[in-house]
Design a binder for this molecule. Structure first.
Ligand code: HEC
Length: 256
């Protein structure tokens, strides 16, 4: 009996060591850099029916200002009259500056065509805020309203399993198998939760944006798939982003 428990403790330790080493190895050569480079190219490239680049895109800090934009999103934009996250704002710029059809882009599945380009662009833009701290504005009434909406959505139970986001992300030190589940009702800390996406996912070799992260968590929750950039996804972003105030962005990260 004693022997068995010693053996399993030892193997658990060596598994933990293995995982730590694996993470270290991966962080050295994060394939997210390839998406970041692709995003940079797309940002500067003259494209679309209007033959323009995105270099004048206003992500909230002024036209063309990239540094610090990511850690303040989602926020309210007066020109569209909407709350927007990084991805939906990029699609707005693709429409207004380059002449792409926003509705078409938003209907494209993740990882394909212009949607893959939006993810690469989001990776590039977010990377320009690496090391900066989250500080979402809450000055506008819509920004405060979306925080409250996001909070409600986060705790709303339903579906076949009666799950809410909080079922999996509402307590400290929860995990599913080897995956840590950060407590997103609080500030989960630097480079975790909202401060960690877009991330490169080793398990499927894809770059995942926050919209895709949320889409997949809705699937895990057995809820219907949310539409890209629908109000509920933006509201959840505001809720988690405001909760993450002060956390350092580590984007782009690498995840299992
Ligand atoms: C059934 C459990 C479950 C539910 C319900 C769930 N998630 Fe998740 N979530 C996970 C798992 C598991 C991961 C880690 C996945 C991974 O790393 O592959 C995760 C990861 C995340 C992350 C990234 C955390 C990080 O640091 O990497 C965010 C953000 C997130 N979920 C938000 C949500 C939101 C918002 C909801 C509600 C719409 C939700 N989740 C519902 C299981 C769940």
């Amino acid at each position: 009996m004693v022997l068995v428990s010693v053996a399993s403790a030892a193997s658990a330790q060596s598994a933990a060591d293995g995982i730590a080493k694996y993470r270290e190895m991966l962080q050295d050569g994060n394939p997210a850099e390839l998406f970041e480079m692709k995003g940079e190219e797309l940002w500067k490239q003259v494209r679309g029916p209007k033959k323009a680049s995105l270099e004048k895109c206003d992500l909230g800090e002024g036209p063309g200002v990239l540094k610090g934009a990511f850690v303040k999103l989602p926020r309210y934009f007066a020109d569209t009259g909407r709350m927007q996250d990084l991805e939906s704002r990029l699609v707005t710029c693709m429409e207004t500056l380059q002449g792409f059809n926003a509705a078409e882009v938003m209907k494209t599945p993740f990882g394909r065509g212009e949607m893959a380009n939006v993810t690469a662009l989001a990776t590039y833009v977010a990377t320009q805020s690496k090391g900066l701290r989250f500080d979402l504005p809450q000055g506008h009434a819509e920004e405060r309203k979306f925080y409250e909406l996001g909070k409600r959505a986060f705790f709303q139970r339903g579906g076949t399993h009666d799950f809410s986001c909080a079922t999996c992300h509402g307590e400290n030190d929860k995990r599913i198998r080897l995956q840590d589940l950060p407590n997103l009702t609080k500030n989960p800390g630097d480079g975790v939760g909202f401060a960690a996406w877009p991330a490169y996912r080793v398990s499927n070799g894809q770059m995942w944006s926050m919209q895709l992260r949320l889409n997949d968590c809705y699937r895990q929750q057995r809820f219907p798939e949310p539409k890209f950039a629908s109000d509920v996804t933006i509201a959840l972003g505001v809720y988690m982003g405001v909760n993450a105030k002060g956390a350092e962005s580590a984007v782009p990260t690498i995840k299992r």
